[in-house]
Ligand binder design. Structure first.
Ligand code: F0G
Length: 531
C-alpha cells in the first residue's frame, strides 16, 4: 500500500483522550459485574464494573437467562426484520409495560407504544408526537377563532353588532398595530395578522437545567450542557431550561414565554377583542433523576408543580426514564416514587437487556395521535429480536412479585450507606452522596486548588473525574466514570447482582482515593492525577 491508513480510524481523537487518562483498555469478555481485558501474557484480568454500560445493564453483562433467550431466538430463525407486518413481540412488550405501569402507578388508562432504536430516538419520537399534538390543538383553536370572526362579521354586516367601545384601548394594551381601530375590517385584519405571526412561531420545549436527553439534532436541544447543545441550536426547536426543584422559577419561565392569540366575542351587540394563549410549549421533558447531569433527583414537591403547570398549559409531561427506569431505583419507573405521572414515557438502555439496542416511547391514550403511526417509522425499530428481549427483561423484573426491584433497592441502600460512611470519614474530600437504589452519585469537593498547591500544576478542564476513574482502573481494577456535565461526581450504576464483596472492594478503593486527596502526599497525588 502506498498510502498507509492511520493507526486508528474509529474516532481517533477520543481514543487519544482515553489513553491520556489511562482508560484505553480493550475489554474482551464480560459477565455479571465483571469485564475482562488481557494482560501481556494473554491472561484475563477482571475489572469490577460499577458503571454498568451507563445504566444499560440492570441484570449485568451477558446475563445467562437473557443470553439463552437470545440464542433461542436465533436458533428458531426468528424473523428479525419483517416490517409492515403484525409484530406480535412488540405488542406483547407493550402489554407487559401496561400491566407493570398499572400495578405501579394505579393508572388504568392504556399507553400505546412506538418503538425506536436508542434513547435519543425515543425522545425525538416524543418531541415529534408532541408537536403533532400541539399543531392539532392549534388547528382547533384557529378554526374556533375563524368561526367567531365569521359570526361577528355577519352580525356587523347585518347591522346587529358593532365594535365594542373598548376596542382601541384593548388593541393598545395588547400591542396590536391597527390602521383604523374604528373599522371592523381593519381590526379583523390586524388581529388576523398578529395571529398568523404567532401561529408561525416554532414551538418551545421545557426542560431542566443539567438535563440530558440525547445528542441527535432534536434531542440535543433539550440537553442542557452548552458544549453539546449550542453549536447545533440552528438545527431544531429550542428549549427553555428551568432550574431543578424550583417551582417559582418554573412559573416565571412559563410566564415569560406567553404569546397571545386574538379572538372575538359577541356580547350584547358588541364585538369584543378577547385574548387567548398560543400553545407555546410542545412538551415538558424531564428525567425523574438526572443521570448525565450528576445524579440529581427531582423532588416530589417539584414533580407536583410540573404536573400542575403542565395541566394548566395542556402541555404533555414527557418522563425520560431512559436511565432511571427499568428497575434501577427499586421501581419500574423512578417517577412513580415521586408521584410524577407521564403523559409520555421514554425508555431505553436496560430495556435491551444488555444485548439489544432498543427503545420505546409510551403515550397515554387520551393524548395519543394515531396519525403519528403513518408519519414516523424506522427500518430497525420494533424488530422481533429486540422487542422479544425487551419483553424478557420486563418479565424478569416483574417475576416473583417484583423481586428484582426489591433487590435493586436493597443493594442500593447497602452501597449508599457505605458511601455515606466514606463521606463521614472524609468530610473535606467528599461533598455529597445522592441518588436512589442503584443509581448513585458520589461527589468530590473541587480539588483544583489542592492540585495547584501540591503539584504546582493545573488539571485539564473537566478532567478530574476521568483521572480518578483512570486511577481506579489501573490501581484497583474498577471501572467507574464521572459525567461530562458533572466531572466531580462519579456515577454508580452497577447491576442488581452486586455482591457484598464487590461493594466492599469498591468502597476500599474509594477510601484509598480519599486518603490520597486528604493527605496530599506529592507522589501519591502525582500517581492519582497521572501527572
Ligand atoms: N435520556 C437520558 C436520561 C439519558 O441518560 C440518555 C443517555 C439519553 C436520553 C440518550 O440515550 O445515548 O441511547 O441516545 N445517556 C448517556 C449517559 C449517554 O451518559 O448517561 P442514547
Amino acid at each position: 500500500m502506498t498510502h498507509p491508513l492511520p493507526a486508528e480510524l474509529a474516532e481517533p481523537h477520543l481514543l487519544s483522550l482515553l489513553t491520556a487518562m489511562g482508560l484505553d483498555v480493550e475489554y474482551v469478555r464480560a459477565e455479571g459485574n465483571t469485564l475482562y481485558f488481557l494482560d501481556e501474557a494473554d491472561t484475563e484480568v477482571p475489572v469490577l464494573d460499577m458503571l454498568g454500560g451507563y445504566g444499560s445493564l440492570i441484570f449485568g453483562h451477558n446475563h445467562p437467562e437473557i443470553v439463552a433467550h437470545a440464542q433461542e431466538l436465533l436458533a428458531a430463525q426468528v424473523p428479525v426484520h419483517a416490517q409492515f407486518s403484525r409484530r406480535a413481540e412488540a405488542h406483547r412488550t407493550a402489554e407487559a409495560f401496561n400491566q407493570a405501569i398499572r400495578r405501579e402507578t394505579g393508572v388504568e388508562e392504556p399507553y400505546y407504544a412506538v418503538f425506536g432504536n436508542s434513547g435519543a430516538e425515543a425522545i425525538e419520537i416524543a418531541m415529534k408526537h408532541a408537536e403533532l399534538a400541539r399543531r392539532t390543538r392549534l388547528d382547533a383553536i384557529t378554526a374556533e377563532i375563524a368561526a367567531h370572526l365569521e359570526t361577528a362579521r355577519a352580525a356587523v354586516a347585518a347591522g346587529t353588532a358593532e365594535l365594542h367601545a373598548s376596542t382601541d384601548a384593548r388593541l393598545t394594551e395588547y400591542g396590536v398595530d391597527c390602521a383604523d381601530p374604528g373599522s371592523f375590517h381593519s381590526v379583523v385584519t390586524a388581529l388576523t395578522e398578529a395571529n398568523e405571526a404567532a401561529v408561525g412561531r416554532p414551538p418551545l420545549f421545557l426542560a431542566l437545567s443539567r438535563a440530558f436527553h440525547g445528542k441527535l439534532t432534536g434531542s440535543v436541544q433539550l440537553t442542557h450542557n452548552p458544549d453539546f447543545r449550542l453549536p447545533f441550536g440552528a438545527l431544531a426547536a429550542q428549549a427553555r431550561f428551568v432550574p431543578l426543584n424550583d417551582p417559582d422559577a418554573l412559573s416565571k419561565v412559563i410566564e415569560a414565554e406567553r404569546v397571545p392569540l386574538f379572538d372575538v366575542a359577541l356580547v350584547d351587540g358588541a364585538v369584543q377583542v378577547v385574548r387567548r394563549d398560543l400553545p407555546v410549549f410542545a412538551a415538558f421533558v424531564v428525567e425523574p433523576i438526572q443521570g448525565e447531569g450528576g445524579v440529581n433527583p427531582v423532588s416530589a414537591e417539584f414533580a407536583e408543580a410540573i404536573q400542575r403547570e403542565c395541566a394548566a398549559l395542556e402541555c404533555p409531561v414527557v418522563v425520560d426514564e431512559i436511565q432511571s427506569g427499568m428497575g434501577r431505583t427499586g421501581a419500574l419507573l423512578a417517577s412513580s416514587l415521586i408521584g410524577l405521572r407521564g403523559d409520555y414515557y421514554a425508555l431505553a438502555k436496560s430495556l435491551g437487556g444488555g444485548l439489544a439496542k432498543t427503545s420505546v416511547t409510551l403515550f397515554r391514550e387520551s393524548v395519543y395521535e394515531s396519525a403519528f403511526e403513518l408519519m414516523h417509522s424506522s427500518t430497525f425499530a420494533k424488530d422481533a429480536f429486540s422487542t422479544s428481549i425487551a419483553h424478557k427483561v420486563i418479565q424478569m423484573l416483574e417475576a416473583d412479585d417484583g423481586r428484582a426491584y426489591r433487590t435493586a433497592a436493597e443493594r442500593g441502600a447497602r452501597l449508599a450507606s457505605k458511601l455515606e460512611e466514606v463521606k463521614a470519614e472524609f468530610p473535606g474530600v467528599v461533598k455529597d452522596v445522592r441518588g436512589k437504589g442503584l443509581f448513585l452519585g458520589f461527589e468530590f469537593h473541587d480539588q483544583a486548588a489542592a492540585v495547584q498547591a501540591v503539584l504546582g500544576a493545573e488539571l485539564p478542564p473537566g478532567s478530574f473525574g476521568y483521572l480518578i476513574s483512570g486511577y481506579l482502573l489501573i490501581e484497583h481494577r474498577i471501572r467507574v466514570a464521572p459525567t461530562a456535565s458533572a466531572v466531580q461526581t462519579l456515577r454508580l450504576e452497577p447491576s442488581i447482582h452486586l455482591t457484598d464483596a464487590e461493594i466492599d472492594r469498591f468502597v476500599a478503593a474509594l477510601r484509598d482515593v480519599c486518603t490520597i486527596l486528604e493527605e496530599r502526599d506529592g507522589q501519591a497525588f502525582r500517581l492519582l492525577f497521572n501527572l
